[in-house]
Design a protein around this ligand. Structure first.
Ligand code: ADP
Ligand code: MG
Length: 263
């Protein structure tokens, strides 16, 4: 049996931001292991260091202390193993949807006819076949986010980092996109970390939910999501028995954090 390396390992990762106002501890000794193919959500109060953690994993920020490994290799800068999807789609307004979706490939110098065909096919799978030649402003928010998803997947990253990618969408679009992202990542066996402020979204999409504590950001609680909820679609999961008690447990963690902040 081969011993598979975890997709991501954070060992005592600490980050201090230094500015002219002084130093602030944003992330404090966070340990986290993401298995290959696993889907983990990070939830926690605003400002608790979620985006900082993703940026560290993506190699965009070097942690002040601690170590990060992707598939057993230390991180020393941005890696093609990692795809990053954000709340804002950052599509270029002057490029068509197809050309936007190919941008990651372009940056990696990999735009061959075959790659481009592959991107067109993916856009088709995401229901965007009719709009590949249109410009971002001609599309709805949900369509733009789907185009951004294809752009991220086009370079075939093994690890997807999702920083609140559904939070600007209306509820129906958000549920549809949760399903699409989950199906897509499962079919491709990608590992993923989702940051969200929506507790129901975290439970409905994940194998595991990690609650981060505020100031400084630390792991406060980890919860495994039990089989039936994990296997159900994000929409169905929300109706299963046990969903609400998980929600309440996480909600209580937030209330306790809030109460502590007020005292
Ligand atoms: P979250 O994504 O959980 O809302 P962030 O990771 O964005 O939190 O921020 C964590 C903390 O670090 C916050 O207190 C924030 O103000 C601070 N912070 C984030 N980015 C910077 C930066 N570039 N310079 C200084 N402080 C920052
Ligand atoms: Mg953030």
């Amino acid at each position: 049996m081969t011993d598979k390396k975890p997709a991501v390992v954070l060992s005592d990762v600490t980050h201090v931001y230094v500015s002219d106002k002084g130093a602030s501890l944003a992330v404090d000794r966070v340990c986290l292991t993401l298995a290959e193919g696993e889907f983990v959500s990070l939830v926690g109060p605003s400002g608790c260091g979620k985006t900082t953690l993703l940026s560290i994993i993506a190699g965009l920020i070097e942690p002040t202390a601690g170590h990060v490994q992707l598939f057993g290799q230390p991180v020393d800068g941005p890696s093609s193993k990692v795809g990053y999807m954000l709340q804002h789609d950052y599509l270029f307004p002057w490029r068509t949807i197809l050309d936007n979706a190919c941008i990651g490939l372009e940056l990696q110098g990999k735009v061959t006819a075959e790659h481009k065909k592959n991107v067109s096919r993916m856009l088709g799978e995401m229901g965007l076949a009719d709009v590949v030649s249109r410009y971002p402003h001609q599309l709805s928010g949900g369509m733009r986010q789907r185009a951004a998803l294809v752009r991220t997947l086009a370079t075939s990253p093994d690890i997807m980092l999702l920083d609140e990618p559904f939070s600007a969408l209306d509820y129906q679009t958000k549920l549809q996109l949760e399903q699409l992202v989950l199906d897509t990542l499962r079919a491709r066996r990608k590992s993923a970390i989702l940051v969200t402020h929506d507790i129901t979204e975290a439970i409905a999409m994940s194998d595991r939910v990690i609650v981060l504590d505020h100031s400084p950001g630390q792991v406060r609680r980890e919860m495994s999501i039990y089989g039936p909820i994990r296997e159900a679609s994000p929409m169905k999961a929300r109706e299963l028995p046990g969903f609400h008690s998980l929600f309440n447990e996480i909600w209580n963690e937030f209330e306790e954090m809030e109460a502590r902040r007020e005292t």
